[in-house]
Design a protein around this ligand. Sequence first.
Ligand code: MOS
Length: 703
Amino acid sequence: MTVRRGAVGAPAPRVEGLAKVTGSAAYAYDRPVADPVYACPVQATIARGRVVAIDGGAAAGVEGVLAVVTHREAARLADTADAELAVLQSDAVAFRGQFVGVVLAETPEAARQAAGLVRVEYDEEPHDTELRADRAGLYTPEQVNGGFAPDTDEGDVDAAMEAAAVTVDRIYTTPMLFNNPMEPHTSVAVWGDGGDEGGGGPGEARLTLYDSTQGAHVVRSTLARVFGLPPERVRVISPYVGGGFGSKGMPHAHNVLAGLAAMAVPGRPVKLALTRQQMFSLAGHRTPTIQRVRLGAGADGRLTAVAHEVVEHTSALKEFAEQTAVGARMMYAAPNRRTAHRLAALDVPVPSWMRAPGEAPGFFGLEVAMDELAQACGLDPVELRARNEPEVDPESGRPWSGRHLVRCLREGAARFGWEERAAVPGTRRAGRELVGLGVAASTYPYYRFPGSRAVVGYDGSGRYTVRIGAADIGTGAWTVLTQIAADALECPLGAVRVEIGDSELPPATVAGGSSGTASWGSAIVAACHAFRGAYGTEPPPGAEAGADMPRDPDAERFAMHSFGAQFAEVRVDADTGEIRVPRMLGVFSAGRIVNPRTARSQFIGGMTMGLSMALHERGVLDHRTGHVVNHDFAEYHIATHADVVDVDAVWLEEEDAHAGPLGARGIGEIGIVGAPAAIANAVHNATGVRVRDLPITPDLLLR
Ligand code: MOS
């Protein structure tokens, strides 16, 4: 059953837009709570070792300071199996920036001043933070993020490379990258008991957390486990979230720290906001990658071998294995294919999700290598990709639910003026500037995660309420879920009020994997149909019906991915090497677009993040100290308005008949995938210089 067209497909303005622009939308830290206490963390200044002494005397002497909490004073947690979340449970230091204490005070200023006065003595041990492909101790993880096998091997890549008429065998690298959502990570922790919070009995501890998160329910279940509470005695409230990109997709140490801190000042809520600098050690980051890509092809450009082998880091404290090479498994047809992931467990902060984990760094290597292959074959890069379209998913052998990459490439080439691209790199000039055009392909998998439930209620006067613990992190979920419900109920948009962002609502999966609209939306469609099935079009006041997200049998029969083609124009100053990107265009195939206004924002947001990854972003880890030295906006540059001129996104009009009741495959992450390669390929076309290491900085272009 598909949803009737009406609200779905319309460019509805954001339902929470007015609240946001007028400042009445309360983000976590804004929540008014009675008599708050402010927390400021104390962070380790060594990368590995033990805390041997802490002197909080000077800190405690600052006016307004209420407590200095270290591993000696902190409450014992019920579950420390997740080492990242075992906050203040021992004297061990596993990375620079790890929490070693927290100061609580009547004002944020006093807390911060006092935190700077806490004297910590360490027994420092040698640390190791350097990722190299030739280092000792690389290991194969059991699986990589997403649950994929670390390695695949099909046919004989080495023999195919020997026999190939044309080969590319290169190393590509991407640096350590950091999520920087506009709203930093914040938690307001309130301990109460059943007496004042309702539910449970007096004296039974209950934790309420106003949090900036991509998933209220996962924060609830995780903190319940860590603090040893039944889940129904933890409540997480997060209606408005100022960005996340994955860094708020799972609880991190600061959530636990807020809860622990509030235990130290009984009866008072604690507000904790990480500073921008603290986020660089505590919010997850993208691992640096070292990627060897090998492509073998006939003289006609048809691939005979694709190998993508990646070395990356994780934290010695907790494993996170980015799935960098997984996208290469399904992207192009070749009889001989190999992918591999090797990890170095280093004394670094815990890496985690960052927009399109896997595909974002992996498609820099793969899609620059494809450009190099096109050059070696004397083929247009669009044509090379068209020649290597797999009829079925090379990995699973399943048919595609809809693979329209070639349409995206051709449509983009026509719109972008691809025919103006110089056939010989470095030959097109406009005044002092060298002009180049580049292309790269994008993809991102369709995910629909089980575990969401929606409940529809009717108030008797024409208004419906749809309740689901989903998250809008700036994506437009508030709005698109309202549109989906209105169509499924066959009622006007204004008759539906959606409630999200609260763990008291029916459970919902995390806003991650570009899965929100498909997962929550199909639960909502099912609940609306259940409601109409039970009550018809004249429901009584108080009518209510709910449904779980239905199973998705097609997801096991089809290979389901979104695709895109990204085009970039670059202009390089021939004297200074300064790189400008005056134009980018993405043409995407993502199934049905539920709201073109918010979808466009997702696509161009991802592309802008890709531009930033191409030209600006690089975490600089000083291996002597284990410190990311450029841990602020002064030195970790993120693309700003001055860097972003004309980024445009369009999409194919389509519905994916296999992608659930909405026919939508997800749009949140694909925009970043391929964008850095398109720019790198344009830089090559402009200058003749092939840059294989991100970011592309002017010095690399001055020879
Ligand atoms: Mo996104 S990295 O799946 O939150």
